[in-house]
Write a protein that binds this ligand. Structure first.
Ligand code: ZN
Length: 473
């Protein structure tokens, strides 16, 4: 039997985190009474003129830069014509030739196959269409909600370089982390602010690849992986029986675990792309690029590597933490509060997340840090600490109050504190050097280590001592 492999490319749409829509001042927010957030521009009424939302462009440029893309200095808008009941204009304004950016790459990290860079072909801006509402109105009628018309999207098209469904899911997950960390999009698949289409075809050495099919609207990482697995198996069955895979657009039926044919695959000519006559070319100048770069966070893959190399976390924990900036912030607050990185990662990823969701992490990290310091100092036992955390997360006890009632740790004199801080610096000569080279974020790490060694010292006091010692080095 032939050794069939698969080649997968993803098209990811993310809703940009702007206040208003892409070409008008209607609010860009989910929900709202159907058809209440509309104006002549997003309805495409005759004579209404679109005007580009600069904030949407800034976010698109920010994402492109975070992905290492090459910016198109002068990009243009195009009309993509098609008929949908939820697209009153009969066309969508998008970017076709000369998109916002091309090139770029995303790193994926998998335990089985290690780290690998996946190319990005293009990043462009476009407006969203409305939504058909099935099963909402009485009887068998279908409703149409146009609130989403004109909502700004960024589309990211990967190179066809993914080889397995697991890799495809890892790519989408890492891209989501980049979108969130940079503040470009909330990228919530379950709420539709991140949507994924997957192209897949079979390859076999010595033969041309089979025609590809596209699976539309995959709205969770699990669906993405399962749909690709099912589609690859379906295609393999066809070619192994001597048949031909047809190029078509398919959907995913998760209940029956199979892809279903929607329509023959459109080719670009069928969309009748035209230059958008109502919008001038979009110029990306240096000022806009600088704005887009402002406050750019540490790249997700770099932070992951740093957590492994400098903080001693496992690759799996580092990957899970850096998957979401809210976990990163909570974790760093724990470390800043004097908890060792490994203990912080363990408790956050198991105990805290067992009782709270990523979007509402509780109790506050500063309190959990105090709890974990008490644990390390032997002032509370593990099972009691876990129970206390669970009760606090459920709102049954006030953690701050419970912490007050724990036995005191021995107080520290200023001389003792200074000796402890000095010891921490002596133990980490390489990190001290990096701090002096400008890695100022390492201060929290030193403070954390000193707090851990000192028992229940005042973090502010420790920070002062540490800053003084580092400045004098
Ligand atoms: Zn509008």
């Amino acid at each position: 039997m032939a050794a069939w492999g698969s080649v997968i490319g993803l098209e990811v749409h993310a809703r940009l985190e702007t206040r208003t829509k892409l070409f008008c001042s209607c609010p860009n927010s989910a929900g709202g009474r159907p058809n209440s957030r509309l104006c002549p521009v997003c309805l495409g009424l005759p004579g209404a003129l679109p005007a580009v939302n600069r904030e949407a462009v800034r976010l698109g440029v920010r994402l492109a830069l975070a992905l290492g893309c090459c910016l198109e200095r002068r990009c243009c808008w195009a009309r993509k014509s098609y008929f949908y009941p939820d697209l009153p204009k009969g066309y969508q304004i998008t970017q076709y030739q000369r998109p916002l950016a091309i090139g770029g790459k995303v790193r994926i990290d998998l335990p089985e196959t290690g780290s690998r860079w996946i190319g990005i072909e293009r990043v462009h801006l476009e407006e969203d269409a409305g939504k058909s509402l099935h099963g909402v109105l009485e009887g068998s009628s279908t409703g149409v909600d146009l609130n989403r018309c004109g909502v700004p999207l960024v589309e990211i098209v990967s190179a066809p370089e993914l080889t397995t469904p697991v890799e495809a899911a890892a790519f989408a997950r890492r891209l989501r982390a980049v979108l969130r960390t940079t503040g470009v999009s909330r990228a919530e698949m379950e709420r539709g602010s991140l949507r994924c289409d997957a192209n897949v075809s079979l390859t076999c050495p010595g033969r041309p690849p089979s025609p590809r099919t596209e699976i539309k609207n995959l709205n969770s990482f699990r669906h993405l992986r399962r749909a690709l697995e099912a589609e690859i198996a379906r295609q393999r069955k066809i070619v192994e029986a001597g048949g031909q895979v047809r190029s078509e657009t398919r959907g995913w039926d998760d209940r029956r675990r199979r892809t279903v044919r929607l329509r023959a695959k459109e080719v670009a000519a069928e969309y009748r792309y035209l230059p958008e006559p109502d919008l001038p070319d979009l110029q990306i100048d240096d000022a806009l690029e600088q704005e887009a770069l402002a406050g750019m966070p540490e790249p997700v893959h770099q932070r992951r590597d740093r957590y492994v190399a400098d903080l001693g976390l496992s690759a799996e924990d580092a990957g899970r933490l850096t998957d979401d900036p809210r976990l990163v912030a909570y974790f760093e607050a724990l470390v800043e509060g004097g908890v060792t990185p490994r203990l912080a990662a363990n408790w956050l990823l198991s105990e805290v997340l067992a009782h709270a969701s990523v979007s509402s992490l509780a109790p506050p990290a500063a309190q959990v840090a105090r709890l974990l310091r008490a644990l390390v100092e032997g002032r509370i036992r593990t099972h009691r600490a876990k129970a206390l955390l669970a009760a606090a997360a459920a709102g049954e006890v006030c953690l701050a109050q419970a912490l007050e009632q724990l036995p005191e740790a021995a107080a520290r004199s200023p001389q003792q504190l200074e000796r402890i801080c000095r010891q921490v610096l002596v133990e980490h000569p390489r990190l001290v050097e990096r701090y002096r080279e400008g890695k100022s974020a390492l201060l929290s790490f030193f403070v954390g280590r000193a707090l851990q060694a000192s028992g229940d010292a005042d973090p502010r006091q420790v920070r002062e001592v540490m800053e003084r010692l580092l400045a004098a080095m």
